[in-house]
Design a protein. Structure first.
Length: 249
């Protein structure tokens, strides 16, 4: 069992942030070509799949070991790094703990039995009819607007290449339309519309850089997928959020 990683702590923290928005602990698969995490929130509404390539690290050596980690503690340690520091993480096979060094700081992180952690999800490969790409700032603006009136948000896409994000409140309504001027690309084969919990989408959106290119895959009363990359493309993130099915009548 080998895990020896040297990486910029900010890169690792950015890679963990999309996961920690949903869960407090997870399994980290230290594969030969990088770190992989898949997790689902306790309510089974939102999922995440994150891969940090070995190329993002100054040094990387792993052989397929699975680690059970408390994300809050690991992120707290990474947050103690100064600018320019690198973090060195090694698995101590005798103690089954992680030895973490950042500058003059040495920290021993106890691991969790992976078998005690919630089973990982398989994010389905859905054939969704609408794929729209925009900057993270556009999603943030639309969700902030929706939050003014409701705790649910509607996403609708049409073949003319528009994405409409809106919310209906008890007294007020809001609608944000993204068109050719706002979208980087749009491929929509049919009119689609789905309703989602705003809290989940806001949590997922929070770690996304404002200038990141985000792909939204939308269907008719289907889950929405959000795809983006960080760390100069060395880290890929896929989120999926289940819809709220609207009863007819």
């Amino acid at each position: 069992m080998t895990v020896a990683v040297t990486v910029d702590p900010e890169t690792l923290a950015d890679a963990l942030a999309p996961v920690s928005t949903l869960v407090d602990e997870c399994k980290i698969h230290a594969e030969a070509d990088g770190l992989e995490i898949a997790a689902v929130d306790p309510a089974n509404v939102a999922m995440v799949d994150m891969t940090l390539d070995a190329s993002a690290c100054a040094h990387y050596d792993a052989d397929g070991t699975t680690l059970g980690v408390n994300l809050d503690r690991l992120e707290d340690v990474l947050g103690m790094a100064d600018s320019g520091d690198m973090v060195k993480i090694e698995l101590n096979e005798e103690t089954r703990k992680l030895d973490i060094r950042i500058g003059g700081l040495a920290y021993t992180l106890a691991l969790i039995d992976p078998d005690s952690i919630r089973q990982e999800p398989d994010i389905p490969d859905l054939d969704l009819p609408a794929t729209l790409v925009c900057e993270g700032s556009e999603i943030s603006r639309a969700l902030t607007a929706a939050d003014l009136v409701s705790d649910h948000v509607q996403m609708a896409a049409s073949p003319n290449g528009e994405l409409v994000i809106g919310a209906d409140g008890d007294t007020d309504d809001v609608e944000v339309t993204l068109d050719d001027d706002d979208l980087l690309s749009a491929t929509v084969s049919d009119n689609v519309e789905s309703l989602f919990s705003l809290d989940y989408l806001k949590s997922i959106e929070k770690p996304i850089d404002k200038d990141a290119d985000v792909s939204l895959l939308v269907g008719q009363e289907m889950p929405v997928k959000l795809r983006y990359s960080i760390a100069d493309g060395d880290c890929s993130v896929v989120h999926m959020v289940a819809p709220r099915i609207q009863s007819e009548g």
